[in-house]
Design a protein around this ligand. Structure first.
Ligand code: SAM
Length: 221
């Protein structure tokens, strides 16, 4: 696209975004509405991105003999379709997404799905590996971000894997349903029993607005 075309798009964004932020219904309502209208989990859950994620995760599960996986924010199941896990429970804040996944994987006895209600989330740990893949950038509200991390680290007995961008970004420069913030310092101070075991560089951003997303592997002890 020409430079003129690009700057016109940037200008339009500068006008539209503040208005969108003012009417943003909150992260949970946003996702439920998006799926109810036939929307998907987005570009990070499709094409080369979903293949990259699945390759990393399947290899990790094989190498470490992980028997049970819980995912917070399973989405529409597009990425999960490539997942090979002995036993998997997917939670999502959107009931529509959970219903769609239940139907999509109805013949797969290794996978089950539940609507995520933070007040009803079971006390852990109850799985060997917990996952948060392309979810943290969508946790707009501070309290939702805090509880997500508590549940993610509380659910697991051995490993936590986050696929996310560990950067702070001015929310004015992103879409209303995105908020990039650093999570590694929060995890380090809040969950001292967990250690960052490795970071694996991800692919280029799924959209031109976002920073690169990487895999962060945490290990207990
Ligand atoms: C971009 S999609 C990623 C889906 C999937 N993890 C993947 O990698 O393909 C983000 C998902 O997080 C879900 N979500 C948003 N806030 C959540 C929360 N607080 N707890 C659980 N899921 C949440 C959304 O409904 C959406 O399905």
């Amino acid at each position: 696209m020409s430079r003129v075309g690009t700057s016109m798009i940037d200008l339009a964004r500068q006008i539209v975004r503040p208005a969108r932020r003012r009417i943003f219904p909150g992260s949970a309502a946003y996702w439920e509405r998006r799926y109810r209208r036939g929307g998907t989990s987005g570009p990070g859950s499709a094409g080369t991105h979903r293949e990259f994620k699945a390759r990393f995760l399947n290899d990790f599960v094989d190498r470490h003999g992980v028997e049970s996986v819980v995912e917070l924010g399973c989405g529409d199941g597009s990425q999960l379709e490539l997942g090979r896990y002995p036993h998997y429970v997917g939670y999502d804040v959107s009931e529509t997404a959970v219903d769609a996944c239940s139907a999509r994987f109805a013949s797969d006895p290794t996978k089950e799905f539940r609507t995520y209600d933070p007040a009803e989330f079971p006390a852990g740990p109850f799985a060997e590996l917990s996952l948060s893949l392309d979810v943290i950038l969508h946790l707009i509200e501070d309290d939702v971000f805090d509880v997500h991390l508590d549940h993610l680290f509380g659910a697991s007995q051995r490993f936590v894997i986050i696929y996310g961008a560990d950067v702070d970004m001015d929310p004015k420069k992103t879409a209303a349903h995105c908020r990039f913030r650093r999570f590694t310092p929060v995890i380090e101070s809040r969950y001292p029993a967990w250690h960052l075991d490795g970071v694996t560089e991800g692919l280029a951003p799924a959209t031109r607005e976002g920073p690169r997303t990487d895999f962060f592997v945490y290990r207990l002890g």
